[in-house]
Write a protein that binds this ligand. Structure first.
Ligand code: URA
Length: 200
């Protein structure tokens, strides 16, 4: 499932409708995968016929898309974690140096028990994701409560990120070959945000 959806996203001839649909579907697949990381508490549940055992999440999630591409993952993750609160971190990277810069930060109140899901479909250098983790830590988060969710990562991006943020959980659908001289992921899928938002 992940591979077929990534193939649709990679294809330069994929229409914007198909691109958005594949993004939504892959988002749901990764949301389902992330569920296993988060603690559940037992509870009773009454069906129309009998009382039985069930579970509920011990702590509510905090969803934090990194603007702008991370917004594409917000809708599938909000559907899956329907009680989650949502924060936003805006990071742009300098087109020439690829150095990330924080330009917006609006986080909800959270405790060190709430799992934080950081949403960014592409991990190229790992710089933006590392900066976002730094912002979350400055707001009181522990690395081990953060999970970074991504569609495609470069090997160098993962290495850099894990060096900087060794306790953060990572869920990545596909690790690609590497980066070109403009720090684009190869083979990748081009600019995720431009294709999703139609700004090509
Ligand atoms: N972000 C993208 O959207 N694409 C890349 O190849 C790298 C970063």
């Amino acid at each position: 499932m992940k591979k077929t959806l990534i193939t649709i996203l990679r294809n330069r001839n994929t229409s914007i409708e198909q691109y958005r649909q594949a993004t939504d579907q892959l988002g749901i697949v990764l949301a389902v995968e992330s569920d296993a990381l988060f603690p559940k508490a037992p509870m009773f549940v009454d069906t129309p016929l009998a009382r039985t055992y069930g579970v509920h999440f011990k702590h509510e999630m905090v969803l934090v898309p990194i603007l702008r591409s991370g917004l594409a993952l917000l809708s599938p993750f909000m559907r899956f974690y329907s009680k989650a609160s949502v924060g936003f971190i805006g990071i742009r990277r300098d087109e020439k140096t690829a150095i990330p810069e924080l330009y917006y930060n609006k986080l909800p109140t959270f405790t060190q028990n709430n799992p934080i899901l950081l949403l960014d479909p592409m991990i190229a250098t790992g710089g933006s994701a590392s900066l976002a983790v730094k912002v979350l830590k400055e707001a009181g988060a522990l690395e081990k409560q953060i999970t970074l969710i991504s569609f495609i990562a470069s090997p160098e991006g993962i290495t850099h990120f894990q060096k900087e943020c060794s306790e953060v959980n990572l869920i990545v659908a596909q690790v690609d070959e590497g980066l070109d001289e403009q720090k684009r992921i190869i083979p990748g899928l081009g600019d995720f945000g431009d294709r999703y938002f139609g700004t090509i």
